[in-house]
Design a protein around this ligand. Structure first.
Ligand code: UD1
Ligand code: CA
Length: 452
C-alpha cells in the first residue's frame, strides 16, 4: 500500500510574507493543495502532511479534508528529520512516496513512472537535468549508477558542475526508510538531518538506487520566493490554456487568460483577452466571452454573449442572452433564456424570466421578474428598509418606465405599465398605467442665479 508524505514544515523565509509558503496561492489554490490533489490521484492508502511553521493555520485551511493525516515537526531540523515525523507511524509493509509542499507542478504521469518501475528493497529517485543547478543537491553517479547526493553547500567545485539534480522526490519501502532515517546524523555544513544522506547509506547497504528523470525542469521546480511563484503561475496558466485550445476553445491570446479554479467549456467557445475565471465556471456551446471579464462560480448556457468588462459571480445565465458591457451579476442571479442585461446594471439574488430586458443603469435585488418584462433605464428595486430585505415581484409582460423606484415589498401585476419617474410603494394592477408623480409646474418669475 502507498503512503504519501508531503513536507510542509518549513518557514519559507524567502517569500517575505506573513502567509506560510505552502499557503501562497498558485492559480487560486494554495501550493500545498496542488500537491494534495496530485497525491489523491495516485489513490494512496494515506497522505501525511508534515507541518511545523504556522502549522495550525495550514491545518485550518485543510480542515475539511478529513482523510489527511498530520505529523508535527516541532523544530525544523532538516528534511530527513521532517520525513521521520511521519515515517515512524507508517506500517513497514507500505511503500512511502516523499513529496514537497513547495514543488506543486509535478505531474501524475512522472510520479506513476517513478512508482511503476520500482524494484523491491531499492530507492526510486526523481532527478532532473537543469541548465543552472545552483542550490540543488547534485546526483553523484559511478559507471552510470547513482551513488550519493551531495548538497550544494557541501559540494566541491567539480561536483557543482554536475547538472543532474535531486528533486527531493523519492519512493521506497517504509521499513527500510525508517531504518535509514534512524541512522542519519547532522554532521554537515547546515547542522541538519539531510534526507539526501539516505541515498549513500542505501548504496552501502547494497540497495539499488534507480533514477528517473523528470519530463522537464518546470514540473520539479521548487518555489522559494515570489519570483519563482510568478514563474510557476505562468507555466501553469500556459498549460491550462493549451488544454482548452486542444478541446477546441478559441483563445484570442492564450497568454492573457487566467484560470483560478475549474473551467469547463462546450463546443466553439470564444474567449477574448484579459478574462479571469475563478472557482467553478461552466460555459455552454458557442458562448462568447468579451475582453476584461471576471467570471466566478457561474454557469453560462449555449449561444450567450458576455460583452466587455463585466463582473459575474454566482450567476446562472440562460441561452441566447446578452450581458454587458459593464454589467455586474452577483450571487443568486438566475437569468432564463434570451435575457438582455445592459450597461451599468447590477442584479443580485433575483430571477429574471425569458425575453426580459434590463438594458441600462438599474439595480435589481431580491426580485422575481417574469417573462417579456421591459425595465427602463435607471429603475431600481428598493429592497432594503435599513433592517430587512424585501421582495419585488414584476409579473409577465410588465413595462417599467425609466427612473422608477420600486419600494419592496411590492407587486407589479401582469402587463402593468409604470410611468417614468414613479416611486411605487403599493402594488400596481394588471394591464393599467400606474403613475406616481407630482404635477409639472413652470415658474415665470424665476431667474438663473448669476456668478458673484
Ligand atoms: C532540498 C534537498 C536538495 C534538493 C532540493 C529540491 C535536502 C537536504 N536537500 O533542498 O537536495 O535538490 O530540496 O528542491 O533534502 N522541510 C521541512 N522540515 C525541515 C526542513 C525542510 O518540512 O526541517 C520542508 C520544507 O518546507 C520544503 C522541503 O522540506 O517543503 C524542502 O526544504 P528546503 O529547505 O526548501 O530544501 P532545499 O534546500 O531546497
Ligand atoms: Ca526548496
Amino acid at each position: 500500500m502507498l503512503s504519501i508524505i508531503i513536507l510542509a514544515a518549513g518557514k519559507g523565509t524567502r517569500m517575505n510574507s506573513l502567509l506560510p509558503k505552502v499557503l501562497q496561492p498558485l492559480a487560486g489554490k494554495p501550493l500545498l493543495e496542488h500537491v494534495i490533489c496530485t497525491s489523491k490521484a495516485l489513490k494512496p492508502h494515506e497522505i501525511f502532511i508534515v507541518h511545523g511553521f504556522a502549522g495550525e493555520l495550514i491545518q485550518q485551511r485543510f480542515q475539511s479534508n478529513l482523510d489527511l493525516k498530520w505529523a508535527q515537526q516541532k523544530e525544523q531540523l532538516g528534511t530527513g528529520h521532517a520525513v521521520m515525523q511521519a515515517a515512524k507511524t507508517i506500517s513497514n509493509k507500505n511503500n512511502a512516496l516523499i513529496l514537497y509542499g513547495d514543488v506543486p507542478l509535478v505531474s501524475i504521469e512522472t510520479l506513476s513512472l517513478l512508482i511503476e518501475g520500482h524494484q523491491d528493497n531499492g530507492i526510486s529517485l526523481l532527478t532532473a537535468l537543469l541548465p543552472y543547478a545552483d542550490g540543488y543537491g547534485r546526483i553523484i553517479r559511478h559507471d552510470g549508477d547513482i551513488k550519493a547526493i551531495i548538497e550544494d553547500s557541501e559540494a566541491t567545485d567539480a561536483e557543482k558542475r554536475i547538472n543532474e539534480i535531486n528533486t527531493g522526490i523519492m519512493y521506497c519501502d517504509a521499513g527500510q526508510l525508517n531504518n535509514w532515517l534512524n541512522r542519519l546524523n547532522n554532521n554537515n555544513a547546515k547542522g541538519e538531518y539531510y534526507l539526501t544522506d539516505i541515498i549513500g547509506m542505501a548504496v552501502k547497504d547494497g540497495a539499488k538506487v534507480r533514477g528517473i528523470k523528470a519530463k522537464n525542469w518546470e514540473e520539479v521546480m521548487g518555489i522559494n520566493d515570489k519570483k519563482e511563484l510568478a514563474t510557476a503561475e505562468r507555466l501553469l496558466q500556459k498549460d491550462l490554456a493549451e488544454d482548452l485550445m486542444e478541446q477546441g476553445v478559441s483563445l484570442l491570446d492564450p497568454a492573457r487568460l487566467d484560470i483560478r479554479g475549474t473551467l469547463t467549456c462546450g463546443k466553439d467557445v470564444i474567449i477574448d483577452v484579459n478574462v479571469i475565471f475563478e472557482g467553478e465556471v461552466r460555459l455552454g456551446d458557442n458562448v462568447n466571452i468579451g475582453p476584461n471579464n471576471i467570471i466566478r462560480n457561474s454557469k453560462i448556457h449555449n449561444n450567450t454573449i458576455i460583452h466587455a468588462n463585466c463582473h459575474i459571480d454566482g450567476a446562472i445565465i440562460g441561452q441566447k442572452s446578452a450581458i454587458g458591457p459593464y454589467a455586474r451579476l452577483r450571487p443568486g442571479t438566475d437569468l432564463k433564456d434570451n435575457v438582455k442585461i445592459g450597461n451599468f446594471v447590477e442584479v443580485k439574488k433575483s430571477t429574471v424570466g425569458e425575453n426580459t430586458k434590463i438594458n441600462h443603469l438599474s439595480y435589481i435585488g431580491d426580485a422575481k421578474v417574469g417573462t417579456s418584462v421591459n425595465i427602463g433605464a435607471g429603475t431600481i428595486t428598493c429592497n432594503y428598509d435599513g433592517a430587512n430585505k424585501h421582495i419585488t415581484e414584476i409579473k409577465e409582460g410588465a413595462f417599467i418606465g425609466s427612473g422608477v423606484e420600486l419600494v419592496a415589498p411590492v407587486v407589479i401585476e401582469k402587463n402593468a405599465t409604470i410611468g417614468a419617474g414613479s416611486t411605487i410603494s403599493k402594488s400596481a394592477p394588471k394591464e393599467r398605467l400606474t403613475l406616481e408623480r407630482s404635477k409639472q409646474t413652470t415658474h415665470d418669475n424665476w431667474q438663473r442665479p448669476k456668478k458673484s
